[in-house]
Write a protein that binds this ligand. Structure first.
Ligand code: NAG
Ligand code: NAG
Ligand code: NAG
Length: 249
């Protein structure tokens, strides 16, 4: 921007310089011609040749001047063109700057206003849960994060605060123990994924899975312990449930 302004200033100065130069040149030339004519009148009265010669000089100079004016005129026109081109480029740049500023402000606003939904919860300190003779909703009680408070620890249910695509993942753990263990992921009353295994008393075992789900506002997502199954957790958070909004729809 500064360079463009300097260039514009330079172009203005150049135009002025050419005009001043022309004026000076013109006045000097006219003065010289007058002088010559005066001398000629006084000293060479009757000498037609000299007079004629001066007249020839006068016309030659006039022609030279005319050529000069034409050259200067085209030079000034070229400078004016460059000047207006620079001016229009400056305006374009200013418009672009203003547009960028507006876009940055809009993005800042969108980020500030975007809903923040994310949770990670551990199941329990209680050790083994189950087996029960009916399916139960697992209530993850150890809160690591719960932005937007969309996961309800009392009900064990995540409720979508807005329509969007969300990502959920979970890990279920089982201690060395002769039992079936696992969880079912539910979206409303529909199961999304059944994850179970038999822990055959050889060692600890775990299951895990993750899904991107399209949820309407108010949809619920939760983990269920199937009847006769077990799941284990201690303070180590080995059975955990996480979810977050990827983008609203
Ligand atoms: C006419 O002018 C030219 C150039 O100024 C000069 O060389 C020449 O001697 C002049 N002739 C006469 C007759 O004054
Ligand atoms: C199984 O998990 C328990 C609890 O985290 C741990 O104390 C034990 O060392 C683990 N056993 C094996 C074989 O990994
Ligand atoms: C499990 O999560 C709780 C809750 O944030 C935390 O206090 C605890 O340190 C975690 N346990 C381990 C072993 O990291």
């Amino acid at each position: 921007m500064k360079i463009q302004q300097n260039l514009l200033f330079f172009l203005e100065m150049e135009t002025v310089r050419i005009c001043v130069f022309l004026l000076l040149f013109l006045s000097q030339t006219w003065a010289e011609t007058d002088e010559l004519q005066m001398v000629d009148m006084k000293q060479d009265v009757g000498r037609d040749n000299s007079k004629c010669n001066i007249t020839v000089n006068f016309w030659a100079e006039l022609k030279e001047l005319r050529d000069m004016v034409i050259t200067s005129k085209s030079k000034i026109e070229k400078l004016e063109e460059e000047k207006s081109e620079l001016l229009s480029r400056m305006t374009t740049n200013e418009n672009k700057d203003a547009q960028l500023d507006a876009e940055v402000e809009e993005l800042k606003k969108q980020i500030a206003e975007s809903p923040k939904v994310a949770f990670s919860v551990g199941l329990t300190d209680a050790g083994q849960i189950g087996p029960f003779n009916t399916d139960i909703t697992l209530k993850f009680s150890r809160v690591l994060t719960n932005f937007g408070q969309a996961y309800n620890t009392h009900a064990g249910v995540f409720t979508a605060p807005l329509r969007g695509v969300y990502y959920f993942r979970f890990t279920g753990f089982s201690l060395k123990f002769n039992h079936w263990f696992g969880v079912i992921l539910y979206h409303n009353d529909k199961s999304v994924s059944w994850n179970g295994d038999y822990n055959d008393d050889v060692g600890n075992a775990s299951i895990s899975n993750g899904f991107a789900l399209e949820l309407e506002k108010g949809d619920v997502v939760y983990l269920v312990l199937p009847s006769s199954y077990v799941i284990y957790d201690s303070s180590s958070n080995r059975t955990a449930f996480s979810g977050f909004l990827i983008f609203p729809l």
